[in-house]
Design a protein. Structure first.
Length: 514
């Protein structure tokens, strides 16, 4: 399989997993809201956010595991492979035990932190225990999921993820239909997650037969090597998790569990927004690493400028479309499950939170370039103050502006770092003037966004908003087709369109008139 085919395959299955998650979210969320109510839905979201913090205990093993497993597989060194896998497994098993201890503390503390109304403290504690157990089991099994990544079997990993999501949705639907609550959801999630981990272990062994876990292969130097590589990367990831999960915790702790609902709905949609773009950027990392190893800086610059322009154009187009259709979408989707005020606030929050989402997308490729050029320490040191600033601003503003204060804290901190600070250091990393980066990556996408805004403004005047799924689908499809044409005409250069057109015609089984 050629490198380009492998990249496209990885992107495709990444998008397939994303599409499955979207469909499940669309189908399951209204039921969860209807059966649980906004207060318990907010509490469920809070539980998920808190258990997400457990990932902070991962002190860098996964990035290092993937690197050293990839090297062992590439060199066909079975002994080194078993040494890395065994050292990683038993080290992460210890972390899993630590998480179990932390889980017990959280289960004891959480009921007193949240103002509980119609949910018993016992149920909340048991939910926290189940979710924590699921995360604890995940850690030693990271060796197997990392092996699938090292073997470049992203297709298998995503298929397993899709099946596990469908299984969770089926169990959750059944439980809620028979009157279950958040405890039923926690059990369903834990069971399907553990099954997911086991499946990844089975397929990792199938595609990498030499993979074996043996106590005799535990090696301190191996642990030190991949720990040293991954610690800084993990620090950056931890900073991002703090920024991501702290919003829900702040709202739940300083406002109420019910206040989490509109913010959770908006951030859920924004996370899907990011997942459209993220697979395109991450698959560039191996190519960037090879170019850096060869010292081919000019080609690295070309990849950065081209990919960043395309990704920013895609992100801005998606942001405009999402902002325009947010309220009709939520109204059609949740009219029987959520209050009109929740729908209104969630819709406006989506529009506001597309600002930091687009800013992050602009730096996605730059982040891969910095990792490829081994600037992981610098990247982590940029992400850490961003999350701290986000936390400080959110804690300060939530007292005066409620959920909007939390959103404003995210917008300010992300904009400062991803629109100003990150571009400066990326420019230094690849020896490019910042002015050229802005000119070649941002001008055309901004023109696209401007044209798209004008088009949607005209549409709002001439066409009433959709009120049924059929109307929404028809209008959104026409909008996406129109924006795609604008993207090709505005964002792509003439030479790129010459490559794009023949491939499009071949896809449609047509021949262009030459």
């Amino acid at each position: 399989m050629s490198p380009l085919t492998q990249v496209l395959r990885n992107i495709f299955f990444g998008w397939a997993g994303y599409a499955a998650q979207i469909v499940i979210t669309l189908l399951l969320t209204p039921l969860v809201l209807e059966k649980l109510g906004e207060t318990q839905y907010g509490l469920w979201t809070l539980l998920i956010s808190i258990t997400g913090y457990y990932g902070l205990i991962d002190i860098g093993f996964r990035p290092g595991l993937i690197q050293y497993l990839s090297r062992s597989i590439g060199e066909r060194d079975d002994t080194a492979l078993m040494r890395v896998a065994s050292s990683g497994f038993f080290s992460l098993l210890g972390i899993g035990i630590v998480i179990l201890v932390v889980t017990c503390a959280v289960a004891y503390w959480l009921p007193s932190f949240v103002n509980l109304t119609d949910t018993s403290a016992r149920d909340v504690a048991i939910c926290a225990l189940f979710l924590g157990i699921g995360v604890a089991v995940q850690f030693p099994f990271l060796v197997f999921s990392s092996t699938l990544s090292a073997a470049e079997r992203f297709d298998v990993a995503n298929i397993i993820g899709i099946v596990s999501r469908i299984a969770y949705a089926a169990l959750a639907y059944s439980a809620l239909s028979f009157g279950g609550g958040i405890l039923s959801l926690a059990i369903a999630m834990t069971v399907t997650n553990v099954a997911d981990y086991v499946a990844r272990a089975v397929f990792a062994k199938r595609y990498v037969p030499a993979l074996a876990i043996r106590r005799k292969y535990i090696d301190r130097q191996t642990i030190k090597n991949f720990l040293g590589f991954g610690t800084w990367t993990s620090l950056g990831n931890a900073s991002e998790r703090i920024a991501s999960y702290s919003d829900m915790v702040i709202i739940g702790g300083m406002l109420s569990a019910a206040a989490i609902a509109p913010y959770a709905l908006a951030t859920s949609m924004i996370s899907h927004f990011n997942r459209v773009v993220w697979p395109v950027a991450t698959v560039l990392f191996p190519a960037a690493t090879k170019l850096d190893a060869r010292g081919n800086i000019s080609q690295l610059q070309t990849i950065y400028l081209t990919a960043t322009r395309l990704i920013l154009g895609l992100a801005l187009a998606l942001a405009v479309v999402a902002s325009y259709y947010a309220h009709p979408f939520f109204h059609i989707w949740l009219k029987n499950s959520a209050t009109a005020e929740t729908i209104r606030v969630a819709s406006h929050l989506i529009t506001f939170l597309t600002i930091p989402a687009v800013a992050v997308c602009w730096q996605m490729v730059g982040r891969q370039i910095m990792l490829a050029r081994r600037h992981h320490q610098l990247l982590a040191m940029l992400l850490l103050p961003e999350s701290v600033l986000n936390l400080i601003l959110s804690l300060s503003l939530v007292q005066y502006l409620g959920v909007w204060g939390v959103a404003l804290g995210t917008v300010i901190s992300t904009s400062i770092f991803h629109l100003i600070v990150h571009p400066y250091f990326v420019a230094r990393a690849i020896s490019l003037p910042a002015s050229r980066i802005v000119r070649e990556t941002a001008v055309r996408p901004i023109l696209l966004a401007t044209a798209t805004c004008i088009a949607f403004w005209s549409q709002a005047i001439l066409i009433p908003p959709p009120v049924t799924w059929l109307e929404l689908f028809a209008q959104a499809t026409c909008s996406v087709m129109f924006v795609t044409v604008l993207f090709v005409l505005i964002v792509l250069y003439g030479s790129e369109r010459k490559i794009f057109y023949p491939r499009l015609f071949r896809l449609l089984q047509l021949r262009p008139n030459l």
